[in-house]
Structure formats: C-alpha cells, structure tokens
Design a protein around this ligand. Structure first.
Ligand code: HEC
Ligand code: HEC
Length: 484
C-alpha cells in the first residue's frame, strides 16, 4: 500500500507520520503552489483485503486515501478522513504496531463505534494499539473505493504555518503545523505576526490571541474603491463582495486564533486560504496540561467551570467566515488601525505591516472602528459591535441578506427599524419587530442576544450571553426615538 509519489512523499496507509519533514521537503520542491502528489485518487488505495476503510467518505469526502495494509495499523487514517461522519476504517486486526499512533487512534475510533472519528482524536500511540486490536471490523470495510474526493490527493503544501497537509492524512497535533514553536506550542512560530482588532467577536468571555502567517514573497492587497472602482461595484456588476478596506490575503496565508479561559489555553483555530476561492478552518483542542493541542475531527462541547465551550466544526467555521464578508474577518483596515505592543515596542498595526513590506501598495487609512467598550458615543459603539459580531451573516451576500448590520450602512438602510421579523413570524411569543425605537424588550435584535438557546444570536459558537454587549445594544435601542 505504500506508494511513492513524484515528490517522494508517501501515500496511503504507509504514510509515516513525519509530516514536517515530508512537508517541508515537498514544499521546497513545489514552492507555494498546490501540488498533486497522486495520493488518494477516488479511493483506489483503500483496497487492502483487510483494510476495512471507511464505507462512506463522511463529511469530508476525502476517504480516498483510506484503507491501508493489514499490518500497519495506520488505516486509521481513514477514520480521520470520515471526520466522524461514518465510522472510519476498521483498523487492522494486528493494528497499532505502526509508528503512526495518532492515525491509528483515529481509525480505531471508527472501528469501535462506527460513529466517527471523535473518539479517535486522542490519537495516542497507546490508544492506537489498544483499540487497533479491537478493530476487528476491518474485514467488513468495503474498501476505500467509496472515497470520492481523494481527487488525486490534492494537497496544499506551504512552508511554515499551514493547515493539515491533506484532509485524510492530517497532522494530529498543533505542534506539527508549523504555526507554533514545536518545542513550546504555547508560543507562536517566530514568523507569525501577532495582531489585535478594534472590535472583537464576543467569545463567551475567552481571552484571545491572533496571528497572521504570510507566505514568503507574497503581498496583501487591500480593497481600495478609489484606486480600483470596479471591485467596488455590486457583485452582480462584477465587483467583489467584501467591503472597502478588506485585506485580500494571498493564497497560503494562515490565520491563527488562540482562546484562553481563566488564563489557560483551551482552543486554537487555524484558518487558511488554500486556493483563490477555497478557505479551510480547523480547531485544535488543548490538553489539560497546556502542552499541546489535538486536531478535532468535528464539533465538540466541553464544560469549563460554569460554562459550556463550543469547538466549532469545519463547516461551522465557514458559516461565520462567510464568502460575503471575505472569509477572513478581522484583517480589515478599520479593524487593524490601532496600536499593538510588539516585542520591540508599541506601534500602529498598519505601520507595522507596511514596514514588513506586507502590502502590494500602501492602503489608504480608514478610521478605526470604535471599541464597543470605549468612550465613543453609544451609536458608534453599538454599530461597531453589530458589525463585528453580527454583520458577518447579516449583510448583503451573506446568510440573512435583507438585514444589513454593517458599520458603514446608514441606519435607514439596515432594514431594522419597525421591520417585521421574517423568521418564525407566526410565533406570537416572539417580538414582532426587528427593532422598535426606544423599546429593547419588543425588539428581536435585543431578544435574540439575550436568549440562551433556540433563538440565540449569534447563531453559532456562543453559549454565554454577553452582558456588556446586550447592555450596549439595549442602550442603543433605547436611545433611538423614531424610525428614519
Ligand atoms: C460565530 C461565528 C464564528 C465561528 C463559528 C468561527 N469564527 Fe472565526 N472569527 C469570527 C469573527 C467575527 C472573527 C473576527 C473577530 C475577532 O477576531 O475577534 C473571527 C476570527 C478568526 C480568526 C482570526 C482571523 C480572522 O478571520 O479574523 C481565525 C484564525 C478564526 N476566526 C478561525 C476560525 C476557525 C478555524 C473556526 C472553526 C473551527 C472559526 N473561526 C469559527 C467568527 C467566527
Ligand atoms: C452564523 C451566522 C449568524 C450570525 C453570526 C448572526 N446571525 Fe442572526 N440570524 C442568522 C440566521 C441564519 C437567521 C435566521 C434563522 C433564525 O431565525 O435562526 C438569523 C436571524 C436573526 C434575526 C431575526 C431576523 C428576522 O427577520 O427574523 C435577528 C434579529 C438576528 N438574527 C440578530 C442577530 C444579531 C444581533 C447577531 C449578533 C449578535 C446575529 N444575528 C448574528 C444567522 C446569524
């Protein structure tokens, strides 16, 4: 099952888990481009008699590389490939002997329950060995033929920080992504640039760190309506969806966000532009010792003290990182126009990126969004909050396109004031209007932010009501005296 590829990387079950070396070597050969290394290929590699690879490709559809040899125990790779969708590979009867512990673990998850890779995420060598032995369902695997999107093993290979090399043979640990210092994963890799935003997403009270990894030699383009009016036409007229000042990040850019509760790292998210049109997001769950984080195959809820933390699935990433908002959300001039305390001292972030030579042309300055917790007037702060937290879905071209909560949109054009709701409009227990001047209680906008289940907004990823945020929006609604 071990097949050499044109770049020398190995495919299928025989792929030994030394992705950094393999990946770096491949990337040297291939530069920054997408390379086809001939793995996968519609699942043809799944065919070992006992391999029992995923019967169904699961949500990722990339089970093409599944399967594997009866001996290697690394057929667990297909467990990962199914992303918990359909139960991964059966693992081999004598599994767990390979050095590929992480993948064996993943596969074992599928073998045991047929319920998905979640349980495999432990990925420990021992887990692989133990459950590999129980992977008797190997024989019942129908072969990797069902892996549809092996698609010739489309692989992104970039130097430095990147998301998993390929969907079905993923590095399990954050320390293997190139985004962190492998000897101390709590530190970002030295090539990453840290940044902060003026108006953050409410993340259930978690503290956050953010970093940007720009591939060597590439430049950020910032959408500039005066220099390139065509891009600012409506999408129907050939323009691009995102706003003026949006940073168009080059292919190969990886963004990193770290979440901390009570000072402890709990999650790291990686979001990468893998092609011109394709972005991928992944969540890594930190271990309790805080020494490393493991790639999650699917969404997960975990209790921390009084709160339940939600680790989003890969598709949930893109449900907030909408195409209409430009996929990457924070890096826009109005969000980035602020000071940051770098190792060498404090500096405006726009100046910093300029000094790094990161832009293809110096972007025009745009006034910073006011901090929702700052001193600006209530209207500006509320609009800033709605922009960052809600307009990613509530804007033209996104999920609910008839409501426009962007900062720059005039109040009269937001489709809020005395506008009847469109979702569950027959439910008489709900506020009828999106916003009633002076009356937060009867405004859906406020009601939904106060809700803890069901009607809760933001729609995804948050379980804890934002006390400051709801107070700000209520204060704003109260201050509005009439509709325009
Ligand atoms: C509830 C909506 C939501 C979900 C779900 C979500 N994000 Fe985000 N994310 C945001 C917003 C809004 C920002 C920008 C504001 C900020 O950084 O606080 C952001 C910022 C980021 C950043 C920093 C770069 C950027 O685009 O601003 C990364 C990296 C990131 N998210 C990764 C992910 C990944 C990976 C997932 C899925 C595992 C995910 N996010 C799920 C809303 C979301
Ligand atoms: C991940 C995308 C997403 C985010 C982020 C989001 N929403 Fe929504 N919102 C939706 C969807 C989808 C609906 C319609 C379905 C439903 O009612 O749940 C909706 C419906 C609503 C409605 C009812 C509109 C109507 O006409 O019935 C309001 C009001 C609303 N959202 C407010 C907010 C506010 C305020 C925020 C930010 C705190 C927010 N949303 C963030 C996706 C989102």
């Amino acid at each position: 099952m071990e097949r050499a590829t044109p770049t020398g990387a190995k495919c299928g079950a025989g792929y030994t888990f030394a992705p950094m070396q393999t990946r770096v070597a491949a990337s040297r050969l291939a530069g920054l481009s997408l390379i086809l290394i001939g793995c996968g290929g519609g699942g043809s590699s799944g065919g070992a008699p006992h391999s029992g690879s995923a019967g169904s490709p699961g949500s990722s559809g990339t089970a093409g590389m599944a399967g594997g040899t009866p001996l290697a125990g690394s057929s667990g790779g297909s467990g990962m490939a199914t992303q918990g969708g359909s139960g991964g590979s059966g693992g081999a009867p004598v599994a767990g002997t390979g050095g590929d512990g992480g993948h064996a673990g993943a596969g074992a998850g599928g073998a045991i329950g047929g319920l998905g890779g979640m349980s495999g995420s432990a990925g420990a060598n021992s887990a692989g060995a133990a459950s590999g032995a129980s992977g008797t369902s190997g024989a019942s695997g129908t072969s990797g033929a069902s892996g549809t999107a092996g698609a010739g093993g489309l692989v992104y290979s970039g130097p430095g920080c990147s998301v998993p090399v390929r969907e079905n043979d993923e590095p399990m640990l954050l320390s293997q992504t190139g985004c962190v210092d492998p000897t101390d994963p709590t530190k970002a890799a030295s090539t990453l640039v840290p940044y902060d935003v003026n108006s953050p997403l409410w993340s259930d009270g978690a503290a956050k760190e953010r970093y940007l990894s720009l591939p060597t030699g590439t430049k950020i383009h910032v959408k500039d309506c005066s220099a390139e009016p065509d891009t600012c036409k409506s999408v129907d007229d050939g323009g691009t969806a995102e706003d003026e000042g949006h940073w168009d990040l080059p292919v190969g850019t990886t963004l990193v966000k770290v979440f901390l509760l009570a000072g402890a790292r709990i999650e790291t998210r990686l979001l990468m532009r893998v092609t011109d049109t394709q972005w991928r997001g992944y969540s890594y769950e930190w271990n309790e010792a805080g020494t490393d984080a493991t790639l999650l195959p699917d969404q997960k809820d975990k209790v921390f003290g009084a709160q339940t933390w939600h680790y989003p699935s890969r598709s949930q990433c893109l449900a907030c990182h909408t195409e209409g908002a430009g996929r990457s959300l924070g890096p826009t001039t109005a969000q980035m126009n602020r000071d940051y305390t770098y190792a060498g001292g404090s500096m405006n972030q726009l100046d910093k990126f300029e000094a790094l030579g990161a832009f293809d042309h110096v972007p025009p300055r745009i006034a910073p969004y006011p901090s929702p917790s700052g001193n600006a007037d209530v209207d500006a702060r509320a609009r800033s909050y709605l922009h960052a937290n809600c307009a990613i879905c509530h804007r033209p071209g996104a999920t609910v396109s008839d409501m426009d909560l962007r900062f720059e949109t005039p109040f009269a054009d937001m489709a809020l004031c005395n506008q009847v709701i469109t979702a569950n409009e027959d439910d008489l227990t709900l506020p009828r209007m999106r916003l009633v001047p002076g009356d937060p209680t009867n405004s859906s906008l406020s009601y939904r932010m106060h809700a803890s289940t069901g009607q809760r907004m933001p729609k995804l990823g948050s379980n804890v009501v934002d006390a400051d945020g709801t107070a700000l929006i209520d204060q704003w609604i109260t201050s509005i005296t009439s509709c325009p």
